[in-house]
Every structure is written in C-alpha cells, then in structure tokens.
Design a protein around this ligand. Structure first.
Ligand SMILES: Nc1nc2c([nH]c(=O)n2[C@H]2C[C@H](O)[C@@H](COP(=O)(O)OP(=O)(O)OP(=O)(O)O)O2)c(=O)[nH]1
Length: 140
C-alpha cells in the first residue's frame, strides 16, 4: 500500500473501474465488515509501491472479481477528505476482457444502466465519479 504523507495528511490513491458491458455498468456493494460498510462503489483499491494506477487497477479487479479488464479511458480524479487522510479516486472506464466474475470481497454486484447509477447508496467520493461519467457519455 502506498500512502504518502503530505502536510501531515495521508494521501491514498485509489484507482477504480467503471466497467461497461452490454450497455450496463458494474456497481459493487462493499462488505459489511469493511470501511464504508454496504456502500456501493466502483471496484478497485489502493495503489501499492512502484505500481502505476493502471497496474493497480488490473491487479485489484483480478483480486476482487477474478476477471481481466481492458482500460479504455481515464476520467477526472475526485478526492474525499476524511480528516486524517485524503482518498483520491482515479476512475477508469473499462471493458471486460474475460467475463467469468467470481466475487471475493463484495457483498453483491449489480449491472445498471448509466441513468440508474444515482439510485444506489454510493460512497460520497463516487457521486462525483458518476457525475463525471454521465457528462462524459453526454458529449461522447
Ligand atoms: N475501490 C473503491 N474504493 C473506494 C471508492 N470510493 C471510496 O470512497 N473508496 C474508498 C474505500 C477505501 O477506504 C478505499 C479503497 O481501499 P480498499 O479497496 O483497499 O478498501 P479497504 O476497505 O481495505 O480500505 P480502508 O478504508 O480500510 O483503508 O477507498 C470506490 O468507488 N472504489
């Protein structure tokens, strides 16, 4: 895990995947046992030492969903100040390269149309990700 101390605050970089498949987007519900319990998120996780955002994302998606992804497009980063640390979410639009999803961490996943994404109870940082993604789709 790469956590950089900047101005006495931990800054944690978290690449996450907006996975498109058959016109739907994958949302994952966080485990009840983790931080942000039962909130919805885009799968991904913290960058480790000497990893690029993209390398971390490919590794995390294999660990969490057991699938390979193709990374298509980087979306704007969003940040969430948690007081003692700042989470920088780095979203990437992705496709599935393999499709046999096996959940290892999430409570459940759902496939949603883009316009239905806002109906779930997302982590706060993801609300900006969704807005940026919908804007990206609208000008595509
Ligand atoms: N993967 C992912 N993480 C998110 C999103 N939104 C959001 O606030 N986060 C937060 C949750 C975690 O604190 C962190 C990702 O770290 P992680 O995937 O290793 O999760 P974790 O529960 O083990 O992390 P932690 O909070 O216990 O440090 O980023 C999101 O859309 N995707």
């Amino acid at each position: 895990m790469l956590e950089v101390l900047v101005s006495k605050k931990l800054v944690v970089r978290v690449p996450c995947a907006v996975i498109e498949h058959n016109g739907k987007i994958l949302a994952g519900q966080r485990s009840a046992a983790l931080s942000f319990p039962l909130k919805w998120e885009f799968p991904g996780g913290k960058v480790e030492q000497n990893e690029s955002d993209e390398e971390a994302l490919v590794r995390e998606i294999m660990e969490e969903l057991n699938v390979e992804i193709d990374i298509l497009q980087r979306l704007p980063e969003t940040s969430k100040d948690q007081g003692w640390r700042e989470i920088i979410l780095v979203p990437f639009i992705c496709n599935l390269h393999t499709t046999n999803i096996i959940l290892t961490e999430h409570e459940q996943i759902r496939w949603l149309s883009p316009e239905d994404l806002p109906t779930l109870d997302w982590t706060e940082a993801d609300l900006n990700v969704i807005q940026n993604y919908l804007e990206f789709l609208s000008v595509k």
